[in-house]
Ligand binder design. Structure first.
Ligand code: 1CP
Length: 342
């Protein structure tokens, strides 16, 4: 395990300042990534380990963040299961969403060797990198949203939700299958040297809490247990879960990533005290002035750290591609240079 402020804080030690990294820091906003994207498709960039390793390491070099995150996508798992995916200008699109299939059982022979480039990427990152690396995958609920609906174009994935209610047994089958695959994939990433694992559940808030708790949370707990049995810290991002934060106990995760909708102090009241928090700066704050960014940090975040140091700075969702990069740099430097954290 790579020793650093980030891994120390994840393991419960006190730091002199909070560590910082950003969701979607690899790619999108980085000028060098944009240049590479003029010559390569996104899929190509993920599948070429040298390129994927370059992009993984870029944010540490360019932004100065305390951890890198593997450059890949949560939709690689359904692709490894044989689902055809195209990357359009409006985002990802599965050509045959599962909600239109009469029988889903015959569809899957997951071939995880299709993800070998991920492990090769991690090997290169480990050799060349000088910061801890976060591995990840999508949680079963969020991955299923895309597999069933095909795209995120329709707000709240209505076909996916209809499927959950109309075909509960097949939903169970899909959740169990995805859980097993997530575990196998996470353990492989661990074998290839990741220092922490984040499970992205961006669409955790699209179903009622009762359904989430009964059907989807047990899968998260299983994945968490498998990852943590290898002594790798587990971060969970249940975006939009709201009052469901009270379900975030040490059985679920070491750290929970808080979305921008919920204030950190409210989240702190709901989340079990032994679970750390990550987040939750509004990605849109980065479109304001440096003065506003600094005053928001001083008003909302420094006092939080003074009371709760089990905290990793991040955004409340991903960095947007058109974010002024100078503001992202300013925020990162401000966090690292600020001397009044205590
Ligand atoms: O250059 C390009 O056009 C590709 C843009 C891009 C990139 C760089 C996509 C398309 N995905 C990624 C990488 C990616 N995606 C990472 C790697 C690390 C990083 O960028 O920091 C990670 C962790 C993800 C995770 C991901 N992909 C999530 C969960 C987190 C979140 O942001 O909500 C989801 C929902 C996806 C699906 C996805 N991938 C890409 C798009 C445009 C989308 C869908 C967005 C949507 O549903 O609206």
């Amino acid at each position: 395990m790579y020793k650093s402020l980030f891994t120390d804080v994840l393991k419960g030690k006190e730091g002199s300042r909070p560590p910082v990294w950003y969701m979607r820091q690899a790619g999108r906003v980085l000028p060098d990534y944009r240049k590479l994207r003029e010559r390569h498709s996104f899929q190509e960039m993920m599948e070429q380990p040298e390129l994927a390793a370059d992009v993984t390491l870029m944010p540490v070099a360019v932004l100065g963040v305390d951890a890198s995150i593997l450059f890949n996508d949560i939709l690689s798992i359904p692709v490894s299961m044989g689902m055809e995916l195209v990357w359009t200008d409006h985002g990802p699109q599965f050509l045959k969403p599962l909600c239109h299939e009469d029988d889903i059982h015959h569809l899957f022979h997951p071939d995880l060797s299709k993800l070998n480039h991920v492990y090769e990427t991690l090997d290169i990152v480990k050799k060349r990198g000088n910061a801890p690396t976060i591995g990840f995958c999508g949680a079963p609920l969020t991955t299923l949203c895309y597999m069933l609906q095909g795209t995120s174009a329709k707000h709240d994935f209505p076909d996916a939700k209809k499927f959950f209610y109309a075909r509960p047994q097949e939903t169970c089958y899909l959740i169990d299958m995805l859980t097993d695959i997530c575990i196998e994939y996470a353990l492989k990433q661990i074998e290839h040297g990741i220092d922490a694992f984040q499970l992205f559940d961006t669409h955790a808030g699209i179903v009622p809490l009762e359904l989430y708790e009964a059907s989807f949370l047990p899968a998260v707990k299983k994945i968490a247990a498998a990852v943590r049995s290898h002594n790798v810290p587990f971060i969970y991002f249940p975006k939009g879960i709201g009052p469901g934060l009270s379900l975030m106990t040490p059985e679920v995760c070491d750290f929970v990533s808080i979305d921008w909708q919920t204030s950190l102090s409210r989240a702190r009241e709901m989340v079990h005290q032994d679970v750390g928090l990550q987040g939750n700066i509004d990605p849109f704050l980065l479109f304001s002035s440096k003065e506003k960014i600094e005053s928001t940090m001083r008003k909302d975040y420094v006092p939080f750290f003074q009371n709760h140091n089990k905290w990793i700075v991040n955004l409340g969702h991903g960095v947007m591609a058109d974010t002024p990069i100078e503001n992202l740099l300013f925020l990162t430097e401000w966090i690292k240079d600020e001397t009044n954290w205590w």
